[in-house]
Design a protein around this ligand. Structure first.
Ligand SMILES: O=c1ccn([C@@H]2O[C@H](COP(=O)(O)OP(=O)(O)O[C@H]3O[C@H](CO)[C@@H](O)[C@H](O)[C@H]3O)[C@@H](O)[C@H]2O)c(=O)[nH]1
Ligand SMILES: [Mn+2]
Length: 766
């Protein structure tokens, strides 16, 4: 090195930079502040624990025993979850990729299979699903290396199949158009409905204008045909079947399968990705395991058709907004250093229907910019259901060193010889077969049909040792955890331009149902033999265990949150002090912990691009979820564990309805949700209001001492009041169709009095 001149040195550095495929940046400063914060926070908890413990050791103090036990218990739980969460802040990293350094020779790019799942044409509008399919077909990748599979779990008629054929025809026009003009976004709907007009105004390219107008017409036509379609007798998928009871059906969509529409294909189109429709067999006698079941069938079926070594998984509403994600992912897979242990590349979930206020925090604002970079620095991000590229081998249970310890393949993978043969052929270059793609009278299609039957999985390891795992409704986190436990790694990539955009839940009802499902599913993992704390895997680092423990157990937050929402106001109402006096030095650590954690959240919200308003919303919705979703999630988890109830995966509604979205857009809560959710929320708020009024009266007119002893509770109660503003507004100030019905308010007020009464017996008399 010493004999190199500085310019030579620079040249050699830029040369290596040139060939670099990806880079990783460690956020030193952020990590430093996080660690300092944690240090002081931990320091402050010591006097708090001392204060609580000394109360219990002082025998003269036991008159408020119950309330103190509950509050102390809550504080310990909060502390525990908070310690788990520390792992997310330890080592945040950000990655960049250089797709321009990928080999120019297309032969060197591996094949990719895209899996898209849809389940319910009412909640998941078919036309939007088609847009996702078309956007995936438009990825910037050699067409003969790309295959798109659509799994239809709602196949009671051929509505989706029919739409898919129209989508294919439209794609023969759309794909060349995207290529020629470098169109962005590659998803037709947002392009024609939001971007095109501006482009037409700005463009002077007459070719483009002509071409775009022609495509717009084709798009309108495509949309109308999809929306107007009604099932008829003699459907290809027999019309007398129901979504829960029918045979498997697989069709490759191409010139020969679209019938009369063949005349409308773009004659100039050169090369389309393979497009396959799949409705797996459903029988009441066989559990279908929701999305995990669908993904496993997709994996098997694709293994005999295209068998790509890498798979992109998309929810039906998550369209490709940009065409470069495939090449970006290849920057990791084609790097010989990272490849061998790399299972998946996770892209963030971003949404097209989110506004600035995002009242229900549907986008989970701090999750993608804060939590995911944090997990990436430890071992790689948690798997998150959609927007990820995954190595097929990892799903097949191969070990990280490329071997396969599976001794009995038929026992593991089932009886299909074709499938077992495919295991060894993932990396083989089957370009020629892919180019011709003649499956029409192929035995492979029959084999695929067989692989999509329900009985195929009987007595195999699908869902247990291979594929997406079945014992939870959050199959993604579970599967990712097991892969991490086997030593596989993952990376998180969040490029400036969003690669995927989906629809977030923008009504309170949908958000609460979705979060109840997540809470139930995550707790199912925590309480299973895969409990991240104890799961036997020598490869899991302690930080990894903490990280997954937080993910699996955070719904337990419902215990402290409910406790703070119920016990706290009762005590304030009756003047039972729970915290040190303001004049006491021990008041300081409590104040510090409370304030610093709020400020920490504020800083995270700012880093994530939010505002003070967002910060308030985030805290609000956590409190609401704490007294509803997490409680029901925990109950549901318990009931499934005890076998009283079957786990359920109710897909979210992606069909925006104007009235609901109106409330979301103007940033007002839409309280049209079931009483199951509404009553606990309103009860907690009315309870807090009554205790605030009683408490303030006590502080003002009571002994001078009560100011000193109850100050902390006064502040806390005031804080809860501010957080409850939308609920109070919904109860008393609003008189519209989305406000809180007067009956609910009355019932809840009554309930809160009952709680106060009971509280008297439990907390005051004891
Ligand atoms: O029986 C089912 C149920 C659902 N789905 C599909 O699963 C996807 C996700 O469902 P969605 O209703 O959008 O649930 P979300 O809560 O928004 O999904 C998040 O959480 C799920 C786990 O609970 C993950 O699977 C998802 O990838 C993740 O985006 C959709 O494409 C559905 O069509 C099926 O294919 N079969
Ligand atoms: Mn979704």
């Amino acid at each position: 090195m010493s004999h190199m001149t500085s310019s030579e040195l620079q040249l050699s550095v830029s040369k290596t930079m040139e060939n670099k495929l990806h880079d990783c940046h460690f956020h030193k400063l952020r990590s430093f502040f996080n660690r300092i914060y944690f240090f002081f926070h931990i320091l402050a908890t010591a006097p708090i624990l001392y204060f609580r413990a000394s109360y219990f050791f002082n025998s003269s103090n036991n008159h408020h025993f119950f309330s103190w036990v509950l509050i102390f218990g809550s504080e310990i739980l909060v502390l525990l979850l908070w310690i788990f969460k520390l792992s997310y802040y330890w080592r945040p990293v950000t990655r960049t990729v250089f797709p321009e350094n990928l080999p120019e020779d297309e032969q060197k790019l591996p094949r990719i299979d895209v899996f898209i799942c849809t389940a319910d044409p009412d909640k998941e509008p078919t036309f939007e699903v088609m847009n996702t399919v078309i956007s995936a077909m438009s990825l910037d990748y050699p067409a003969h290396k790309l295959s798109v599979y659509l799994s239809d779990d709602g196949a009671s008629s051929s509505v989706t199949l029919n739409a898919l054929k129209h989508a294919w025809v439209f794609a023969t026009w759309w794909l060349p158009f995207c290529k020629t003009y470098n169109v962005n976004p590659v998803c037709p709907k947002p392009f024609f409905e939001h971007h095109l007009q501006l482009l037409l105004q700005q463009s002077h390219n007459t070719d483009f204008i002509q071409h775009a107008n022609m495509l717009k017409e084709k798009y309108q036509n495509f949309k109308e045909r999809v929306r107007a379609w009604k099932p008829t007798q003699g459907d290809e998928i027999a019309s007398n079947t129901s979504a829960r009871d029918h045979s498997p059906f697989i069709q490759v969509i191409n010139e020969s399968s679209i019938g009369d529409d063949a005349a409308t294909i773009n004659p100039e189109n050169t090369g389309m990705p393979l497009l396959v429709y799949l409705a797996r067999e459903k029988r009441p006698s066989h559990h279908h395991h929701f999305k995990a079941g669908a993904l496993n069938v997709l994996q098997r079926v694709s293994s005999v058709l295209s068998n790509a070594p890498y798979i992109l998984v998309l929810d039906c509403d998550m369209y490709c907004n940009d065409s470069s994600s495939a090449r970006q992912a290849m920057c990791f897979y084609l790097d010989p250093k990272t490849n061998p242990t790399l299972a998946w590349i996770q892209f963030p979930q971003k949404f097209h229907n989110i506004n600035e206020t995002d009242i229900y925090d549907s986008q989970m604002i701090t999750t993608w910019p804060i939590i995911y970079p944090g997990t990436d620095g430890i071992q790689g991000p948690i798997l998150s259901g959609t927007n990820f590229y995954i190595n097929r081998k990892a799903l097949y249970g191969f070990t990280v060193d490329g071997g396969n310890d599976i001794t009995d393949q038929r026992y593991t993978f089932g009886s299909s010889n074709e499938l077992i043969k495919s295991l060894g052929q993932m990396e083989k270059n089957t370009d020629d077969a892919m180019k011709t793609r003649d499956f029409s009278c192929d035995y492979k299609l029959q084999e695929a049909q067989f692989l999509a039957t329900c009985v195929y999985e009987d007595d195999t390891q699908w869902g247990i040792q291979v594929g997406f795992r079945y014992n939870t409704v959050v199959e993604d986190v579970m599967t990712g955890f097991i892969l991490h436990g086997q030593g596989w790694k993952s990376v998180y990539l969040n490029p400036a331009r969003p690669q995927f955009l989906g629809s977030a839940t923008t009504s309170l009802n949908e958000a609460l149902i979705q979060n109840s499902r997540w809470a139930a599913g995550l707790l199912q993992i925590g309480l299973s033999k895969y409990c991240p704390l104890f799961y036997n895997s020598p490869r899991l680092l302690i930080f990894q265990r903490m990280l997954y423990s937080w993910a699996a157990f955070f719904p337990i937050d419902f215990l402290p949150i409910s406790c703070f929402a119920i016990v706290q106001p009762i005590c304030f109402f009756y003047g039972i002090p729970l915290y040190p006096k303001v004049s006491d030095l021990l008041f300081m650590p409590f104040a510090f912990v409370f304030i610093s954690s709020r400020v920490k959240l504020l800083s995270e919200v700012f880093i994530s691009g939010g505002s003070v308003h967002t910060w308030l919303n985030v805290q609000r919705i956590v409190m609401i979820k704490g007294v509803t979703c997490y409680v029901y999630g925990a109950l549901e988890c318990m009931m499934t564990k005890l076998g009283i109830r079957e786990a359920n995966f109710m897909p979210t509604n992606k069909a925006g309805d104007d009235d609901t979205s109106k409330w979301y857009q103007i940033g007002k809560y839409d309280f049209r949700t079931s009483n199951m959710f509404l009553v606990p929320i309103v009860t907690a708020v009315t309870l807090n209001i009554s205790s605030f009024v009683a408490g303030v009266t006590r502080v003002i007119f009571g002994t001078s001492n009560s100011w000193d002893t109850l100050f902390a509770q006064l502040c806390f109660s005031f804080y809860v009041l501010i957080m409850s503003f939308p609920v109070i507004e919904g109860m008393v100030l609003r008189k519209d169709n989305a406000s809180i019905p007067i009956r609910t308010t009355l019932v809840s007020t009554l309930l809160s009095f009952v709680v106060l009464g009971l509280g008297y017996f439990i907390f005051v008399l004891h």
